[in-house]
Design a protein around this ligand. Sequence first.
Ligand SMILES: *Cc1c(COP(=O)(O)O)cnc(C)c1O
Length: 445
Amino acid sequence: MTPSTTLSGDLFDRARRVIPSGVNSPVRAFGSVGGTPPFLTSAKGALLTDADGNEYVDLVGSWGPMILGHAHDGVVEAVREAAGRGLSFGAPQAGEVSLVEEVVRRIGPVQQLRLVNSGTEATMSALRVARAATSRDVVVKFAGCYHGHVDALLAEAGSGVATFAMPGSAGVTASTARDTVVLPYGDREAVTALFAERGDEIAAVITEAAPANMGVVPPREQDGTGFNRFLAETAHAAGALLISDEVLTGFRAGKEGYYGIDGDGWAPDLMTFGKVIGGGLPVGAFGGREDLMALLAPSGPVYQAGTLSGNPLATAAGLATFAGLDDAAYRVLDEASVALRGLVADALTTAGVPHVIQTAGTLFSVFFRDAPVETYEDAKAQDTEAFTRFFHAMLDGGVYLPPSAFEAWFVSTAHTPAVLDRIAEVLPVAARAAAQSAAKPAAKD
Ligand SMILES: *Cc1c(COP(=O)(O)O)cnc(C)c1O
């Protein structure tokens, strides 16, 4: 190993000796784009600072939670105040009630909710409730959707599993894999055929409300019916449940999550949340119909628990974040999202780089491909080399993008026009770098 010339490089060397691949979550390792990940020391608003003193405009936002920008004054103050009153009680406290009430107020189908510590825990627990409620084992998921690293849900998953082109995960037992059926996203015929054949074995269909872990792939309407509604109706006709995973889209795509955008005349039975709900601290949640949630211990037979679940720091951060997420905040997010999409499209078009930008509310992603992306197969057909060149040119220019072609880009309410100007300065250079990709005919200049 050649000695590194940066403090981030030194830290990465140290990290790799004692932490697998040097990271505590795979995409952070920059494995698919190459290079050394900056080790971050601080963040404020839309900006990050690394160990070498470099500053970046952040378009990751901790993968979603930092929707009000980093170290938001109100959130930091709320956490400080809570910390002074005790870090964890392992006993009921008022913040849990207020945070859950906020979610119940915003999300129609959620009558009851339980707090956990991650999105993974949320989907794992929702699945357990669904299996208990139906006394069935099989779960249906869609290729390219990511639901955390739950054994039953890793097959053909998005996010890091997509970034590293893995079919699933080693260490998942054959019997677990047998109980998971993976279908192409949006394929109604495949869903109908599966239910015709095995409907009485299926406990639940789980889907991202709008897939955003293979890039953003919004559900499509067909004959006036949205895909989520179709799934709810198909599942219900067979006595199965629909679990809508809003860990990423919840309170990010819009004020009432993606359900607020396409929830009309149908409802999922269970929903999962995370990311924004904890404002940067570890929080997830699962909830839905009261009769289903009543199955949870201690009143019901489904065991689920957590030593740190609903701890006062996490609920304080979540509540303070929600306090900032009013209609005005969503207007700011939407304006930032629209403006940034326009800047990216202009730069890539000028440089002759094939691309398509897809949205789900204020959430969006950029595919280096010239045709719309409707499935995981489509997403995988993009020019990842163009993305890698684009990514590194942006990073060199001080813009921190998700280090994967399969992730959404995240703006915050701190992404002001002045911040977007800094991105706009770098975009033409990065677009020209992307145009040099050998994976397609080079653009003429
Ligand atoms: C991030 C994510 C998860 C997993 O959440 P963690 O907190 O990382 O465990 C689950 N589902 C979706 C849709 C996600 O985006």
